[in-house]
Structure formats: C-alpha cells, structure tokens
Design a protein around this ligand. Structure first.
Ligand SMILES: [Zn+2]
Length: 362
C-alpha cells in the first residue's frame, strides 16, 4: 500500500542523477551529489541538550536584524551520534546471513563473530578510555560505518598497515532552537534518590532542561549516497524519538522531516530558516505548529524543495514515515555496502603499495 503513494520513493526516483549507483567502482570519490534534508526536532519532554558533563544547555547567539537573540542549540555531533545509534538499531533487526558475512571476511574484515559456524555482526559506539586510541566497537564495514564514517585500523581490516579515517557522507548544520534561551530553558532540581542512588545526603542537583514545545530547526546533507543508503539515513532520522543527556528519563522528542532537496549545491541552511522564524515570532514560545508553518513557508521559496510536512496539520498528525524494509537492508549489505567496502579495501591496498607488487610479478 505504501508503494502506491510513497512520496520519498517518488522523490528518489525522480532525482536519480543526484544519487550514486550501487555498482559504481569509484564510489569512494565524491561527485558532490547532495540530498538536503531539513527537519524539525520538537521537544515533547524536558530534554537536556548539553555537552557531556556540563550542566548548561548549549546556546548560540543569532543576530536578527540588529537584535541579538540567544537560542538553545543541538550541536551537530549530538545529531550525528544519535543518528548512528538509531541506524545501528535498525540494522540489528536484520542481521546479515552467513554468505554475506563470509564475503566481508574474505575482503579481510575482522570483526565478525563465528559461533559454531553461525556468523554474526555487531557494531556499537564505544569511545576509547582515557589512554586514547580509537573507538573499540565500530566494525569498519557495516552500512553505518560506511555512511557515517569510521576508522579502519589493523583491528578492523587485516590488510590495513596504519589507521585510515573514513569520512562521514552525512554532514550537519546545528539544529537551532526557535525560542529564546530565556523562554526555552528552565532549571529543575532533581533528587538523586529517584535516580537509583541510595544515599540521601547532598542528593539534590540542578539541571537546565528545554521545556516542552520548543522546536529546533536542523539540516543535514547526504553526499554521494545510493538510493538505499539515503533511505537508511532518512529512516533513521525520522524515527528518532529520544535525544539528549539522560534521554531515557527526559528526552522525548518528535523529529519531523520538513522537506528534501536534490542538488549539486546546498541551497538552504538551518540558520536562515531559524532567523526567518524568529523574525516572525520574536523568539517567543509559540505553538510548534506555527514554527512548522513558518519553516515550510520559507522552504516553499526554494522551487526545487520537496515539502513533506503539511503546514496545516497538528504535529501529532504529521505522518512522515520513512521506512527501509528488510529486503532493502539485505540488498544494501549484499550490494551497495559490499561494493563500497571493496572500494575501501582496494584503495588501502593501493596506498600501501600491495597492489603494485602483485601486478609487477606478471
Ligand atoms: Zn560498523
């Protein structure tokens, strides 16, 4: 049923020239093909958008025609980390089969578990300890590593003589709050007892929370991706429902994809849209529907933009579900992502001169 009226599938079909083919041999090299994605993050709880270990919500100043307004902000690295975690959740629901994993093993990838002949994959974010080093959980070959970036060392790939950084093909604008910091953030006092800590002395602490209803406008750009890779990113982004520090308790959010644009250049920034909104609302805590409506109004001025959000609907009626199904994930592993991994392995061989040696023997 979704096939009949699937605006995303239609958009991707129509803009095929801004995507890459899954079997292109030179996919490691950018052709500058871009899918811009503008989205809104609506606070529905009391999220903590702050840098780890710091008590304050991240804040930036925006100049609106001579007047400087401070707004809370979700930093790009927070969006990227959340996108990766959500993407890995989606991928873990459809583990690649033995044949597929054997193919990656034959390329030289190491992080494949073999349990009595049953192979399995996992990839997770595990930052190195204080002693430094690289992330110990990233596998170096899954769609998430190949799309969002990873580091390939001798621990991930047999033939890697040194560490290779694989850049993310998803880049971000900050997601700016459209309400002034003063109206968007409250200090709440928490009791550590309720946090599972049993002692009661000195157990009160304060955190700065974003209040419900604050809308953040963000943008990401997907570079040089295939149709299925794009779908995986969109499906991960649109299904984020919790964000920020202590997200299990505080961070309920709704992500609404406002629109998409396929191009060879970037046409809009979250900064421009935020300024437009604040100029109209003066940064007051207006209803989220008003912010969506104004943002869509702005995007409509860019002719090529495909608007997905309905400016006349309530936020809980915005039904922009972008799903990647199991068959598509299987194809992604077997084809799009596998070909990308082949390109990486060949490139590393070339850099290390291993390929040359082989060809000189002839
Ligand atoms: Zn991975």
């Amino acid at each position: 049923m979704s096939q009949v009226n699937d605006p995303i599938a239609q958009f991707l079909r129509e803009n095929n020239k801004y995507l890459r083919n899954s079997d292109e041999a030179d996919r490691l090299f950018s052709k500058g093909r871009k899918i811009e994605v503008v989205y809104a993050v609506v606070s529905k709880g009391i999220p903590l958008f702050r840098t780890e270990g710091v008590g304050d919500v991240n804040v930036l100043d925006i100049n609106i025609g001579g007047k400087v307004i401070s707004v809370p902000t979700i930093l790009p690295e927070k969006m990227q980390a959340k996108l990766r975690r959500r993407m890995l959740e989606i991928l873990r629901n459809n583990n690649p089969d033995n044949n597929t994993l054997t193919k990656y093993e034959q390329l030289g990838f190491i992080k494949i578990t073999d349990n009595n002949g049953i192979k399995s994959w996992n990839c997770y974010v595990a930052p190195p300890g204080s002693e430094g080093g690289t992330d110990i959980g990233l596998c170096g070959y899954c769609p998430s590593c190949n799309i969002l970036g990873s580091i390939i060392t001798r621990n991930e790939l047999k033939t890697a003589g040194t560490a290779y950084g694989l850049k993310s093909r998803v880049v971000h604008d900050p997601a700016f709050g459209t309400t002034t910091y003063k109206d968007a953030v409250v200090e709440l006092t928490h009791n550590k007892v309720g946090d599972g800590v049993s002692y009661t002395g000195m157990s009160l602490f304060q955190e700065s929370h974003v209040v419900p209803g604050v809308v953040f406008i963000g943008k990401l750009v997907i570079y040089d991706a295939t149709e299925l890779e794009t779908k995986l990113v969109l499906s991960s982004l649109s299904s984020i429902s919790r964000m920020g520090g202590g997200e299990t308790k505080y961070g309920s959010v709704q992500v609404i994809i406002l629109g998409l644009n396929a191009s060879d250049r970037e046409t809009v920034s979250s900064y421009d849209i935020t300024r437009y909104v604040i100029q109209k609302t003066e940064g007051k805590l207006v209803s989220p529907e008003d912010v969506i409506k104004l943002s869509v109004e702005y995007l409509k001025n860019i002719k090529s933009f495909k608007i997905l959000a309905d400016p006349n609907k309530k936020i809980d009626e915005q039904n922009i579900q972008i799903n990647i199904n199991n068959n598509e994930i299987t194809t992604l592993w077997a084809k799009d992502n596998y070909n990308y991994s082949i390109a990486i392995v060949n490139y590393i061989k070339k850099v290390e001169g291993k390929e040359k040696k082989g060809s000189q023997k002839k």
